[in-house]
Design a binder for this molecule. Sequence first.
Ligand SMILES: Nc1ncnc2c1ncn2[C@@H]1O[C@H](COP(=O)(O)OP(=O)(O)OP(=O)(O)O)[C@@H](O)[C@H]1O
Ligand SMILES: [Mg+2]
Length: 294
Amino acid sequence: MSAPIKQAGAFESPSAGVEHSVRLRLSQAAGLIRSKGAKGSGPFRVGVDLGTSAVKVIVLDGLGEPAAAILRLATVVRDGVVLDYIGAIDILRQLVRELEKRLGQDLVRCATGIPPGTGSANSRATAHICEAAGLEVTGVIDEPTAAATTLHIREGVVVDVGGGTTGISILHDGLPIQVADEATGGTHFTLVLAGRFGIPFEDAERLKLDTKQSSRLFPVLVPVMEKVASIVARNIDGYRTDRVYLVGGAASLAGFSGVLADRLGLPVVVPPEPMLITPMGLALNVPGGTGDGN
Ligand SMILES: Nc1ncnc2c1ncn2[C@@H]1O[C@H](COP(=O)(O)OP(=O)(O)OP(=O)(O)O)[C@@H](O)[C@H]1O
Ligand SMILES: [Mg+2]
């Protein structure tokens, strides 16, 4: 089965509307993950994103530019809620030590994130994991709101489709006036492929990430895209907004922004490196930096 991928519709404007400096910073962070490099000098600010699919840590230097970054696939959190507390501490400790080695300096202050509405116990658990990894936690921020900090958004809607959930934040005057988080994320796309082709989850995940297969997979994935779109439509109903920013790893799926744009009747912007938007916003929310977000 194959069908043309939904191309940018009348309402889709992928990545237009993201400032050049923001795009640059995101691509620098992605480059640092790939190169395992480090640059810049402190005081450093750290963003810790304990996600369902991956733990991501981004360090910003004293000017608010990416200094080091790391990503490790892990399943210590499910749907935004900490499942494996000890495992999360263990992984985060390793990642922080590795970043400190690259930078040649200790890391001290971090902000971390939780999906909207996952409760104070989850917020405390997430903060404790960071503390146990040797970091001082300056704040626990809701994830789509952190994403808005990265993108310099004061008005509009941010939709973070990660591994487990879809987080939604509606911003007005730079503040979140409505936040929500609902099950359906990258894992659900993978499960649909596993079911359709009768293959194990890991094989389906590889298939999903193979861009050469995008046109063949698109029709199979459309129902999940539409499910996300209906979650977003329901949550933004009654709010005036002129665009939606789509972030999180699943935002990279070919055709996803087009389906969302058509369903919502709004332009959908997909920034570069959508998986890094939230962790970078967490780092920007650590007070005391001279760069963006302060
Ligand atoms: N290039 C890509 N194309 C499609 N999907 C992708 C791509 N890269 C990553 N993903 C998917 O994105 C998901 C991970 O995204 P992300 O790191 O934002 O999630 P998370 O923060 O770990 O999860 P959550 O926010 O739900 O707790 C996975 O399901 C992964 O398969
Ligand atoms: Mg996430």
